[in-house]
Design a protein around this ligand. Structure first.
Ligand code: GRF
Length: 207
């Protein structure tokens, strides 16, 4: 099984590159249909274009409401018959119109072990809290912030000497591993959502 994926970014796009690399080497059975950024300066845009992926800027400042912006994004996604949407450092909360159009088809990656440290600066939050372990989470996007069913998580030790940047870099390495894995599982239909729980089915079974 394979599907058409769209990646939404706002910045450097390293998770986007990890997804595209996994497509190239066959770990993620998908076609990269479109990369959308909500800010024209997002560095990831050039990286995607350099790999031959269609890119689109849908600047949220050109819309007068979240709904208007979400509708533009929705039009672009539906126009390309996208199966799966991966938020990769996309700094916008999606509204219900967009979320309900793609039930269990929108993923996000977050740099902590949710439900600990949701929202911004998750790595800083983990250090300031004194956590000994943090990590990263790929989850379905629901109408809350970082609240949807968890698909995959990976733990990363927090060391006494860690700065936000150092911890962030170690977590990022794991993000780059689990995001393609999770996207692949979803496209293979090996993730069944039961209430809050996303269950991973063995290879060969489909949800
Ligand atoms: C990552 O840490 C991701 O977990 C968070 O935003 C950051 C995006 O980084 N949601 P990049 O643009 O993928 O490099």
């Amino acid at each position: 099984m394979s599907g058409r994926i769209s990646i939404l970014i706002s910045g450097r796009g390293s998770n986007m590159l990890a997804l595209l690399a996994a497509i190239d080497d066959g770990r993620l059975a998908a076609v990269p249909a479109l990369v959308i950024a909500n800010v024209p300066q997002a560095a990831g845009l050039r990286l995607a274009a350099a790999r031959g992926v269609e890119t689109l800027v849908i600047d949220h400042r050109n819309s007068s409401s979240r709904l208007e912006h979400d509708r533009k994004v929705l039009d672009a996604l539906q126009g390309r018959q996208v199966d799966l949407i991966c938020l990769a450092g996309y700094m916008r909360v999606l509204g219900p119109t967009l979320i309900r159009a793609f039930p269990c088809r929108i993923l996000n990656i977050h740099p902590s072990l949710l439900p600990s440290f949701p929202g911004l600066h998750a790595q800083r939050q983990a250090i300031e809290f004194g956590a000994k372990v943090s990590g990263c989470t790929v989850h379905f996007v629901d109408e809350g912030v970082d609240t949807g069913p968890v698909i995959l998580q990976r733990a990363v030790e927090v060391r006494g000497s860690d700065t936000e940047e150092i911890l962030g870099a170690r977590i990022l390495e794991e993000e780059h591993r689990i995001y393609p894995e999770a996207a692949h599982l979803v496209l293979e239909k090996r993730v069944r959502v039961e209430g809050r729980r996303a269950c991973i089915l063995p290879a060969g079974e489909v949800a």
